[in-house]
Ligand binder design. Structure first.
Ligand code: FAQ
Length: 311
């Protein structure tokens, strides 16, 4: 019964075990996972947009092949994550409807433009770097299918981060114009990347409950601090200045002090008023409509395949 299920759930969480799809779970646990995993899946597929428009303009065949591979990985991550959410009893079709209607979210950084080739590198170095820090922590999430999907996602995400750094490293050894382009892109992407970790802990609606259920394993501010500490020495290698005059090592804390992102801006962008929100969502809806024939053909094929197997 429910009572037995609830006791087993509490015991599993306390023992740091994994909850599986057929296990009893509180409605709130299920709802919170669906919310977070749908947002995560949507971020992966929406995140393809700021990069795809640079595939045809990549400066070499090697850079183009790398960028195509990265964008394909993101489509793959979206697919694993939609499947993970489906194991909680919702359909991919419903999640996409929620995204297209603006009821489910995707991460705010995707609503900023990639103005130059250096933005492709800065986006990957900073936002994939932030994603790795967050997702390595989420590999220990209490929901089994999410945790297992994240192990593979993190490996691919590390490659994305690495290729971004490599792209920027090439620019850092280039002409003065290339170095200026690199610095300008880092100036644009630093704060959107810091905002990926969400509102500060005292303003975070879900953190306390998600930590108690071990859906999240670290707070938004803990992960943001970890990310800043990782970026500082890497920025030194690239010869760039991170756009925060207050950024400095604090020996007492053993961490860098820094200026947090503007959370009013985060709210505005999440509410739909960032520089590219309308364009991104319109593009996604159009891609979905254009893909209707693929879904119909796949369904027809599946139906036919089912018939012939029965015969
Ligand atoms: N943007 O109470 P909290 C990638 C919302 S992409 C938009 O702290 P929570 C691929 C939040 O949803 C990265 N909304 O929430 C790539 C909530 O709203 P709600 C993929 C934000 O859930 C890279 C409200 O604010 N990773 O890897 C943002 O405890 C490069 C209150 O916040 C993920 O998606 C934001 N930045 O913690 C592709 C991570 N921050 O739902 C291309 C999975 C907060 O009540 C290029 N998600 N909100 O309406 C998470 O880890 C968590 O959900 C957090 C938020 C940490 C984002």
């Amino acid at each position: 019964g429910d009572e037995e299920g609830a006791a087993r759930f509490e015991a599993l969480i306390a023992a740091d075990g994994k909850i599986e799809p057929r296990d009893w779970m509180p409605d709130g646990y299920r709802r919170s996972l669906i919310r977070q995993i749908a947002q995560h899946a949507h971020s992966e597929i929406m995140g393809m947009q700021p990069e795809t428009n640079w595939i045809s303009r990549a400066p070499s065949l090697a850079r183009k092949a790398i960028l195509i591979a990265k964008v394909q990985d993101e489509a793959g991550h979206g697919l694993y994550l939609y499947s993970v959410a489906e194991s909680l009893g919702v359909s991919r079709e419903w999640m996409l409807d929620e995204l297209h209607a603006g009821r489910q979210k995707y991460l705010s950084f995707i609503n900023y433009p990639t103005l130059t080739w250096a933005d492709v590198g800065a986006l990957a170095w900073l936002t994939d770097g932030a994603a790795v820090v967050n997702q390595v922590s989420l590999c220990r999430t209490s929901y089994g299918p999410y945790a297992r999907a994240l192990v593979r996602i993190c490996k691919e995400e590390s490659f994305h981060h690495r290729q971004g750094f490599d792209l920027l490293y090439a620019l850092s050894r280039g002409t003065p114009e290339q170095r200026a382009m690199l610095q300008a892109a880092v100036d644009r992407w630093w704060y959107p990347a810091l905002a990926m970790f969400g509102p500060p802990d005292h303003m975070s609606t879900h953190s306390a409950q998600s930590l108690a259920w071990r859906i999240k394993r670290a707070t938004n501010d803990e992960l943001r601090q970890r990310f800043v500490d990782i970026c500082v020495p890497q920025a030194r290698v690239l010869g760039v200045t991170l756009p925060d005059p207050a950024l400095r090592w604090n020996a007492e804390r053993g961490h860098h002090d820094f200026t947090p992102p503007d959370f009013e801006e985060l709210k505005r962008v999440v509410a739909g008023n960032g520089p590219c929100n309308r364009q991104r969502l319109a593009h996604r809806r159009r891609a979905h409509e254009d893909g209707a024939w693929v879904r119909e053909a796949a369904a027809a094929y599946a139906a036919k395949h089912g018939e012939s197997r029965e015969a």
